[in-house]
Design a protein. Structure first.
Length: 475
């Protein structure tokens, strides 16, 4: 599945892969005792200190015993550089549930509106105002914390664990811990008596959690720092002094009262399209985007400054095969794709192939530091006002265009399909274009011949590949 991101609003974690939902054969029974669990899959329990237990367990028990819940949670995903916020993306969750398997989650993001409806019998995902799909089975609230079938923002398990009736927050907040301690007791935002706790997980995630000090405690804020985990596990290297944090503010929260059953029902609009699955929906988007208005037409000419201070104009590109890639530092699939683009284009450098990496909307200093950190040596085009991007109709990234020596846009790549598929396709296309061939503007007869030649080459390669020997071990 190709991964691509709308330019304006995407975040560092907006490209997390989707995990298919599964429903346990025997869902865990509701914990009427309200005892918070601190272990999973027979792993050793993390031992809480008595003072931490006295703060956490009353809240966890109230959620585990709850029959209903309503919450509005504001999420700020923030990137810091040396302590200053350099990027902030705001989203809002509206959540309602009734134990054991009725819930709705409405996630409002700047570039996306996603809503889930589960009434205990049917489970719908409205991934756009005019697009939805249904899952074969409903999912209970206990499992929904970890097994949502649709991306619902970065690191959503914690907010679900604290807002789903009958969930066990300990599984999300206390699993795999190195330490949990009380930082202080005071007034949250100067008015609400609260306890501030800090937890350090063994995967590098650090969270700060504020709970109200009331007869019926409530979550007030959960701040999750993902910096160390991203540095340890992500393919993208993060600069020193840069950190990435999520701040969940619980604007409203209750686990009592009533919840309108209508909230869990989905009535598709008349003009809405039903898709078979989330992958089916993404494939349709990719197909629609592939019909780019410039494909098969003359590429716009432009003049722009390069990262090294030089000015690039149409004359330098005459007679060249130009690979134009639109990217940004915050776009993780862009960052994953760039080394592949650079490697393949370098292999064709002696055949008049030029790679232009057009950065979309970022300032020169940030780009220069990022490129240096990544160790890239390529032609980076500055487009801080997005004039070049608009001229090329680059509405999603990663977006890669191949322009022939005649100046015609012959191929278009959306998203990042993976290193090997991208390498193979780009290599095949450049072999055609560097020889003066065409792709999009080829006649039907030429396209048919190309397809036949490709099949013949694959058959020849398969026939010439020796069979792999296998040796059975004696018992």
């Amino acid at each position: 599945m190709s991964r691509f991101i709308p330019i304006v609003y995407s975040t560092l974690l907006g490209t997390l892969l989707v995990a298919g939902a599964t429903v346990a054969d025997d869902p865990p029974a509701k914990k009427k005792s309200g005892e918070a669990t601190t272990q999973k899959d027979d792993q050793p329990s993390f031992k809480l200190s008595k003072d931490v237990e006295e703060v956490l367990l009353p809240l966890f028990r109230s959620i585990a015993k709850a029959d209903v819940s309503r919450a509005t949670v504001e999420l700020n995903a923030e990137t810091f550089s040396n302590g200053s916020v350099v990027d902030r993306k705001k989203s809002t969750y509206q959540i309602a549930s009734t134990h054991p398997n009725k819930f709705t989650v409405y996630l409002k993001q700047p570039d996306q509106r996603t809503r889930l409806y589960c009434d205990g019998k049917d489970f719908f995902a409205a991934v756009a105002p005019d697009a939805f799909f249904r899952l074969p089975e409903p999912i209970d609230l206990f499992n929904a914390v970890f097994e949502m079938p649709v991306p619902m923002g970065p690191y959503p398990e914690a907010v679900f664990a604290l807002t789903f009736a009958g969930a066990d927050p300990a599984l999300s907040l206390l699993g795999g811990m190195e330490s949990v301690e009380i930082v202080d007791r005071g007034k949250f935002r100067g008015s609400i008596p609260a306890v501030h706790l800090k937890g350090v997980q063994d995967d590098g995630v650090v969270w700060d959690f504020w709970i109200s000090q009331e007869k019926e405690p409530k979550p007030l804020r959960l701040s999750v720092n993902l910096t160390r985990m991203l540095r340890d596990n992500a393919q993208m290297r993060m600069e020193q002094g840069v950190s990435y944090e999520l701040r969940y503010d619980f604007l409203t929260w209750r686990v009592s009262g009533k919840v309108d059953e209508k909230l869990f029902k989905y009535d598709p609009p008349k003009d809405a399209t039903e898709f078979k699955s989330l992958d089916d929906y993404y494939a349709k988007i990719a197909q629609d985007n592939s019909r780019h208005p410039l494909l098969g037409k003359k590429a716009p000419q432009f003049e722009a400054e390069l990262l090294n201070g030089k000015v690039l104009g149409p004359k330098q590109l005459q007679g060249k095969v130009v690979v134009i890639d639109f990217w940004a530092t915050w776009c993780s699939p862009c960052v994953e794709a760039m080394p592949v683009l650079q490697q393949v284009c370098d292999e064709f450098a002696d055949k008049d192939v030029v790679l232009l990496a057009i950065n979309v909307g970022e300032d020169t200093k940030k780009i220069k530091e990022f490129v240096k950190k990544q160790g890239w040596k390529l032609n980076v085009v500055l487009d801080d006002q997005m004039e070049v991007s608009k001229g090329f109709n680059a509405e999603v990234i990663p977006l890669t265009m191949l322009v022939s020596k005649a100046g015609i846009v012959e191929s278009m790549h959306f998203g990042f399909p993976g290193a090997e598929p991208l390498k193979q396709r780009l290599t095949d296309e450049l072999e055609v274009l560097t020889l003066g061939g065409v792709i999009e503007t080829a006649t039907p007869q030429e396209k048919k011949k190309k397809a036949a030649d490709g099949k013949a080459a694959q058959t020849k390669k398969a026939a010439s590949t020796p069979a792999r020997k296998t040796t059975a071990k004696k018992k």
